[in-house]
Write a protein that binds this ligand. Structure first.
Ligand code: CUA
Length: 164
C-alpha cells in the first residue's frame, strides 16, 4: 500500500483546523463588541424592588405615563394577575417611550404588537425597554407568559395620537 503524502494530509487538515478556530474566535469577538462596545444586552436587570411592596415603591406607586423631555416619555407599568396598570397608554406620534415595568405576583410578559418590545416581567425585577412610535394608531400589548386562568385577558394598548 502506497504511503500518502504527509503534506497533502497536513494541508487538508489545515483547511478544517483554521476555520474551526477562526469561527468561534470571530463569534467571541462579535459578542464582546456588541456587549461591551455597542452596549447591546438583554432588556431587564435594571434593578430590583421588593415584589410584595411594588405598589408602594417608586416609580410603581404612580403607574402611568410621564414626559421626561420633549418627545420622550416614560411609561411605568405594573403587571399582576390578570391585568396591566395602566392598560392604556397615550402618547403623541413621534414619541420615544421607555417602558419601566415589573410584576407584583407571578411571571408575566410584555409584548407590544408593532413595536420592538418583548420582555419578561419577573416579580420584583425591573424591566426597562425603549421603543419609538412614529405611526399614529393603536398598538395592542399582551402578556405573553402563561400566568394562569385569565392569562388571555391580560392586555392593553398604546394609543399613538396624530397631530399636536
Ligand atoms: Cu400575565 Cu400571562
Amino acid at each position: 500500500m502506497a504511503m500518502r503524502q504527509p503534506t497533502t494530509v497536513y494541508l487538508y487538515e489545515l483547511a478544517w483546523i483554521l476555520p474551526s478556530i477562526a469561527i468561534p474566535v470571530g463569534m467571541l469577538v462579535a459578542l464582546a463588541v456588541t456587549a461591551f462596545g455597542v452596549g447591546i444586552h438583554l432588556p431587564g436587570n435594571e434593578g430590583r424592588v421588593n415584589p410584595t411592596k411594588v405598589v408602594e415603591t417608586a416609580p410603581f406607586d404612580k403607574p402611568g405615563v410621564v414626559a421626561v423631555s420633549p418627545g420622550r416619555y416614560e411609561a411605568r407599568l405594573v403587571a399582576q394577575i390578570w391585568s396591566f396598570t395602566p392598560n392604556e397608554i397615550r402618547v403623541p406620534a413621534g414619541s420615544t417611550v421607555t417602558f419601566v415595568a415589573t410584576s407584583r405576583d407571578v411571571v408575566h410578559g410584555l409584548f407590544i404588537h408593532g413595536a420592538n418590545v418583548n420582555v419578561m416581567l419577573i416579580p420584583g425585577q425591573v424591566a426597562r425597554v425603549t421603543a419609538r412610535f412614529d405611526r399614529p394608531g393603536e398598538y395592542p400589548f399582551i402578556c405573553h407568559e402563561y400566568c394562569g386562568i385569565a392569562h388571555h385577558a391580560m392586555w392593553g394598548k398604546v394609543i399613538v395620537e396624530s397631530g399636536r
